[in-house]
Design a protein around this ligand. Structure first.
Ligand code: SF4
Ligand code: SF4
Length: 375
């Protein structure tokens, strides 16, 4: 790491006074003190909370930690990089500590020393071999309807390999609305999981390929149903001179659609990458409001509780991921919802798995729109 960057990071870390207020959604004496940091709440040790991770980073940079223990690896990688701590700290202190990017840099520093979990290392091999994060052969079929269309739909690995109903819904919406679109002939993983787990070098080949494909398509707008992919294009790719929009932004812009509202009470779960990372809070709510009766949960928007699957947690700490999702489902039920809608394939996958025990329906907003959209 460059000396200047190291000094900036140490300065940011020294700004943290270890108050741990970033672990609580609201600490007003009259309010219910709801937890905000899934990692700290689940594991219970200081090292798993944001200030603990910062101390680990400081100790590594200053040479106090020279060997990786299992405890160290768990504290650093069992974090969804959800950004809730960062948003909360910013609200209270007005100081920009720069987490979760700070935690991604911590991981990158550790990965450069070979201090990485086997579960995350194996994702690099899977991507090298198959160009997708799940290491599977592509079975999802989607066809471009017009090779000159201005809109390109980037489907993403999770919708292709784990929750294809989201990609199906988006494609059906395009068709029902008579909108022409392109999909990439050879769509490769965006590299999100590699950036989030600190394996930045391995992502370079993916970035170069996807940029080339998008430039060749001539599309002006790239639509994402996956906020993780969109965040990666937005923050980790160079500017391609194309507009990047989330499905809910795209649908909002279309204005009035022929939607038949359902008699369904649905809570909206803010995906971390869409909300805290990209600042998109209103459009998903506006779209959901067109198709369901929206119920507000206690922790929303900047203070939303993470579903538990991001940052490489789902692949390495599934018990923790499912616990976090279960907490969110309980919150939705408390709000009087019969269904929990998100706007992210990764959230849907994890919430749906946890919902098998909680008996709550889980959807992506585009699935509900497709169901309510007359063809
Ligand atoms: S990150 Fe901010 S809120 Fe959290 S302990 Fe440090 S100073 Fe306090
Ligand atoms: S990024 Fe999320 S899980 Fe990680 S320390 Fe912050 S609040 Fe906790």
């Amino acid at each position: 790491m460059e000396l200047k960057r190291e000094e900036e990071i140490l300065s940011a870390i020294h700004h943290c006074v270890k108050c741990k207020l970033c672990s609580i959604a609201s600490f007003h004496p009259d309010a219910e003190w709801l937890p905000l940091c899934p990692s700290g709440q689940y594991y219970g040790y200081q090292a798993f909370y944001a200030p603990g991770k910062m101390e680990i980073f400081r100790a590594i940079l200053e040479g106090g930690i020279t060997e990786p223990s299992d405890g160290l690896l768990n504290a650093v990688y069992a974090c969804t990089v959800c950004g809730a701590c960062y948003e909360k700290c910013k609200q209270i202190t007005s100081v920009e500590l720069g987490a979760p990017e700070l935690f991604e840099e911590l991981r990158s520093e550790m990965a450069s020393k070979g201090w990485i979990l086997d579960a995350h290392k194996s994702i690099v091999d899977k991507i090298k071999e198959t160009k997708n994060a799940y290491g599977e052969k592509c079975e999802y079929k989607a066809e471009t309807t017009d090779a000159n269309a201005d809109v390109l739909y980037y489907i993403g690995c999770t919708a292709r390999y784990r929750v294809p109903e989201i990609a199906d819904a988006m494609l059906e919406i395009f068709d029902k609305l008579g909108l022409k679109y392109q999909v990439m002939g050879e769509e490769w993983c965006c590299g999100s999981v590699l950036f989030r787990t600190g394996q930045v070098e391995a992502a370079k080949e993916l970035v170069a390929h996807n940029i080339e494909e998008i430039k060749r398509s001539g599309a002006k707008t790239v639509v994402f149903t996956c906020p993780g992919c969109m965040k990666t294009f937005e923050k980790n790719y160079p500017d391609m001179g194309v507009e990047l929009v989330h499905s809910t932004q795209f649908l909002t812009r279309l204005g009035t659609m022929n939607l038949k509202k359902e008699d369904l009470k649905a809570a909206y779960h803010d995906p971390c990458h869409l909300g805290r990372d990209l600042g998109i809070y209103e459009e998903p709510r506006a779209v959901l409001n067109e198709v369901a009766d929206v119920k507000a949960m206690k922790r929303e928007k900047e203070q939303a509780w993470c579903c538990g699957s991001g940052g490489g947690v789902k692949s390495a700490f599934d018990d923790f991921a499912l616990w976090s999702a279960t907490e969110r489902l309980k919150e939705a039920k408390e709000a009087g919802a019969e269904a929990l809608a998100s706007a992210c394939p990764f959230c849907k996958r994890n919430l749906k798995e946890a919902a098998e025990k909680e008996e709550l329906e889980v959807y992506d907003v585009v699935e509900l729109v497709n169901r309510c959209l007359e063809g």
